[in-house]
Design a protein around this ligand. Structure first.
Ligand SMILES: Cc1cn([C@H]2C[C@H](O)[C@@H](COP(=O)(O)OP(=O)(O)O[C@H]3O[C@H](C)C(=O)[C@H](O)[C@H]3O)O2)c(=O)[nH]c1=O
Length: 187
């Protein structure tokens, strides 16, 4: 725990929830979304290379599952700024005791909790409200050629999504299932 962040463990090594402290006053609040010194204690050991902001309009939409392969494998800090999402991280690390297991968290903007997803995990989410805004801090730049897609309905993962799907990108819908001999990624 630091002055501004509380680390909440998950069943998977390196995958954490980060509870942020809001500093409230008569005007509203200030919250720190990222702090290199503090987050280094939680395993984030890189500068922030890029920050992305997405708007997903329709409830039930699904983005992902995506990750970047080495040497561009990246840590992500996922923050829900508006609305609510069912946010899923999948352990794709070769040799991990939780290989191909997934862990989902219900991110609610007002609850000021972020999801710290280390390199080697695929990430995706389903929106539980309309007009969801997400902020992603990435420890590596976007390198499309290194991106790997995993199908959100891949039977080897058996992710239990909370809502019927509404909107999904053509790219994500067309993603192939994992080959039977897939043994994971090395990061
Ligand atoms: C990821 C990314 C994309 N783009 C461009 C590429 C496309 O022209 C456009 C939309 O890309 P895409 O459909 O891959 O966006 P998402 O489906 O939201 O991808 C994200 O979805 C899941 C949930 C993630 O965890 C990743 O952060 C990210 O892959 O933005 C960029 O310019 N920079 C980027 O970092």
């Amino acid at each position: 725990m630091t002055e501004r962040f509380e680390l909440i463990e998950t069943p998977m090594k390196g995958l954490h929830l980060i509870q942020r402290q809001l500093l409230g006053d008569s005007r509203g609040f200030l919250q720190r979304l990222f702090c290199a010194e503090d987050l280094q204690m939680f395993g984030w050991n890189h500068p922030v290379a890029q920050i992305n902001h997405t708007l997903t309009r329709e409830r039930g939409s699904v983005r992902g599952l995506h990750m970047q392969k080495a040497p561009h494998a990246e840590d992500k800090l996922i923050t829900c700024l508006r609305g609510e999402v069912w946010d899923v991280a999948v352990d794709m690390r070769a040799g991990s005791p939780t290989f191909l297991q997934w862990h989902a968290v219900h991110l609610i903007a007002k609850q000021a909790c972020s999801y710290l997803i280390p390199a080697g995990f695929a990430h995706g989410f389903q929106t539980l409200t309309d007009d969801v805004e997400m902020l992603y801090c990435h420890s590596q730049p976007y390198v499309p050629q290194s991106e790997v897609g995993i199908h959100v309905l891949d039977p080897r993962l058996a992710i239990s999504w909370p809502l019927p799907f509404t909107v999904q990108s053509e790219k994500d819908a067309a993603t192939a299932w994992l080959p039977d001999d897939f043994a994971g990624v090395s990061i």
